[in-house]
Design a protein around this ligand. Structure first.
Ligand code: 13P
Ligand code: SF4
Length: 330
C-alpha cells in the first residue's frame, strides 16, 4: 500500500476500534498526524493514563509505552515499534546497583541517597529507584522534583542523563559531579550517572557562535539533554512542549535557532526558524516507527492477533508505579 492508501486504512481502523493513538513530538510527520494527542513525555504519560479507551497505541520509544502500562496496568498498551531510547539503554538494574556500590565505597551510604530517575529509563530502573525511596522526573519537571528531593537532606543520585542532572544543578547553583569523573561525590549535591542522549550531544558551541555571528539578535533555544556548555549559552532551555510554547509566542520576525530533535524543529520551521546544527539531529529510535508499523499494530488489534503489546512484570510494576506516582503527587 502507498502512504495515501495506508492513511485511509488507518483512519478506518481508528473509527472501528476503541483505540486512542498518542505520539511524541519527535515522531515522523505521517505518524504524528494520525495521533489523537501529541505532547512531551509528561503530557503523554498523563493523557494516556487518564484515557478511557481500552486500547492505547503509543508512537514513541519503549520507556513511554512502559510507563503508561505501569500507571494503568489494566489498559492494553501497544507500540507500532518497540524502539528503545539509546539513553534509557545506558543503565539497567545491575548497573544501577553497581553505581550505588561505587558511592558506598566513596563513603556515601544507601540511606543517605535519594535517587531520581529521568523518565527516559527502563521500568526495572524506575522500580529500583522506587524501592529506594526515590522518584521519576521528566525534562519539564526535573527542577521541581530535584528541589523536593533535596528537602530530604540527602544527596541526589540522578540517573541516567548526566546533562539534565548537571543543567538543573547549574540552574539551582548546586554542586554536581558525574560518577567516575575523578571528583569526590561527597562534595556534590547532585551525583549524576554517566549517561547521555547521543542526539542532543550533536549541538556544539560553534553552532551557537555561527548563528549569533550570522544573525545578531537571534535567540538560541535548547533542550536540557544538551551538554551544560550549550544550555549555559542558550536564551531558553526547556522540554519539547516548553520549547514549542516559547517559540510559538515569539514575534514573526524574531529569528530563532532550536537545538532538539529534527522532526520537531522541522515541523516548526518557517522563515525565521533554524535547526541549531550543521548535521540533521534525528533520533534513530524515534524514527524507527513507520506509517506501515502504525497500520500493522491497529490491524492486529482488529484481528485480535495483538502484536507489540507492552507487558511489565508485577514486582517491577509495583515499585516503578510508586516512583512514577511520587512524581505525579509533586
Ligand atoms: P520531552 O519530555 O521534553 O518530550 O523529552 C523527551 C525526550 O526523549 C527528549 O529527547
Ligand atoms: Fe532517547 Fe535522545 Fe531519542 Fe530522546 S532524542 S528518545 S533521549 S535517544
Amino acid at each position: 500500500m502507498d502512504n495515501n492508501e495506508l492513511k485511509k486504512e488507518i483512519e478506518n481502523l481508528k473509527k472501528e476500534l476503541d483505540v486512542t493513538i498518542v505520539a511524541h513530538f519527535y515522531q515522523k510527520d505521517d505518524v504524528f498526524e494520525m495521533a489523537d494527542y501529541s505532547g512531551d513525555s509528561l503530557q503523554l504519560a498523563q493523557i494516556a493514563k487518564d484515557d478511557k479507551n481500552p486500547y492505547l497505541v503509543f508512537c514513541g520509544v519503549g520507556f513511554m509505552g512502559q510507563s503508561v502500562k505501569i500507571l494503568s496496568p489494566k489498559k492494553r498498551v501497544f507500540m507500532p515499534k518497540v524502539a528503545c531510547c539509546a539513553m534509557a539503554r545506558m543503565i539497567d538494574g545491575e548497573y544501577y546497583d553497581i553505581n550505588v556500590a561505587i558511592l558506598k565505597e566513596a563513603g556515601i551510604n544507601k540511606e543517605d541517597i535519594l535517587p531520581i530517575t529521568y523518565i527516559n529509563s527502563s521500568a526495572e530502573v524506575k522500580a529500583k529507584v522506587g524501592e529506594m525511596g526515590g522518584m521519576v522526573c521528566t525534562s519539564s519537571n526535573a527542577k521541581k522534583i530535584i528541589e523536593k528531593g533535596l528537602q530530604s537532606g540527602k544527596k541526589i543520585l540522578f540517573v541516567p542523563d548526566r546533562c539534565l542532572g548537571q543543567n538543573i544543578a547549574n540552574m539551582m547553583n548546586l554542586k554536581s559531579c558525574v560518577i567516575g569523573d575523578g571528583s569526590d561525590p561527597k562534595e556534590s549535591d547532585i551525583i549524576c550517572y554517566n549517561g547521555f542522549c547521543s542526539v542532543h550531544q550533536q549541538f556544539e558551541v560553534e553552532d551557537i557562535e555561527f548563528y549569533r555571528q550570522k544573525y545578531p539578535g537571534i535567540l538560541i533555544v535548547t533542550h536540557p539533554e544538551c551538554p551544560p556548555e550549550i544550555c549555559d549559552m542558550s536564551d531558553f532551555v526547556g522540554s519539547t512542549s516548553q520549547i514549542i510554547k516559547y517559540v510559538t509566542a515569539l514575534p514573526k520576525e524574531q529569528k530563532v535557532a532550536i537545538g532538539t530533535e529534527f522532526n520537531l524543529v522541522n515541523r516548526m520551521r518557517k522563515k525565521n526558524t533554524y535547526v541549531l546544527s550543521s548535521t540533521k539531529p534525528e533520533c534513530p529510535t524515534m524514527n524507527e516507527t513507520t506509517f506501515q508499523d502504525l497500520y500493522d499494530v491497529l490491524k492486529s488489534i482488529k484481528d485480535k492477533t495483538y502484536i507489540n503489546e507492552i507487558e511489565v512484570d508485577d514486582h517491577v510494576t509495583k515499585w516503578a508505579q510508586v516512583a512514577l506516582n511520587r512524581m505525579f503527587e509533586i
